[in-house]
Ligand binder design. Sequence first.
Ligand code: ATP
Ligand code: MG
Length: 348
Amino acid sequence: MTRERIGIFGGTFNPVHSGHIRAAEEVRKKAGLDRILFVPSFIPPHKKTVSIAEPHHRLKMVELALENYPHLTVSSIEIDAGGKSYSIITLGKIKERHPGARLFFILGIDAFLDIETWKEYERLLDSCYFIVMSRPGNELSEGENVLGGKYEGRMLKIAEDMSITEEMCDQFSIFLLSIDALNISSTEIRQKSQRGESISGLVPEPVESHIKKNGLYLKPQKKEKMTEKKSSKFSFQYLPREVQISIQAAQDKKSEDLTVLDLRRLTSFTDYFIITHGRSSRQNAAITDHIEAELKKENIRPLHIEGRERGEWILMDYGFFIVHIFSSQARDYYSLEKLWRDAARMNC
Ligand code: ATP
Ligand code: MG
């Protein structure tokens, strides 16, 4: 009996476009995949994108785009997990859910040429099959030289009239597949939207409506006007788990007026601030201890903690997020929320 073949198609999908769908459908047919999971990432770890739509919008757009494709489905696995999205982790989770299946990681040649920058890429390459698709801008044959040609022996170029057989799967693990790719990129769509140009034909119609209705990818001033305060808010469920645990722990100790600032677009030194205050330095110490203990249970430890002794302004630095626990006077005095007035925020 042949094993079920599942494709995993990861990306930022900011937004998903007709090039993605065309590519997935063609790969599915040529590689004999039973289905393909589109997996939008939560935070792309090696992207410097500034105008990245919120995860729930990107997820929704993929869902809308795939409505009429029964073999293509969206998976929220990375968005649910929050934090940085790493393919090696995602693959492990998908493997657990589909123990008998052959898993094929699908990506364009442009992405494959960057594989060296991926977390544990060698383990990833050893853990599943890869299908590398052609895409305008790069020659598919460039793939053979990836990592100094180290993987060339495991690669097979699939000719037009060939399909991927079970025997091939025993012998090779990276398949280079030439497809009739559309010359479309999400970057082009974002740029056109910003300039007020039409994107029709580049994305499926329901995706186009979603972008318009929600004012995604507009120039910043326009966006503010259109979405007013709405765009500057976000909800708990899309925060990384570590941030959620900290919020919960602070609230367990009755911390007051807790605010989360999303700083990802504004600075590179951290992604989130959690700001709160207690009524006494004793309470502040208790909040700090409890957050530290709850995160420790998950094996997450702070880089450092400052100000615990005085309790006026305790700073817990966890790298991609920082917790500030103030006395109420110090909070007013330092006014971090005003200082970072452009940050999207959530008040708990
Ligand atoms: P951006 O311009 O923001 O990088 P993108 O169009 O490259 O967006 P991604 O979300 O980065 O889209 O791509 C996800 C995956 O889809 C990558 O593996 C990429 O190579 C592949 N891909 C994207 N567009 C195409 C296309 N037109 N044809 C084939 N593959 C594509
Ligand atoms: Mg890309």
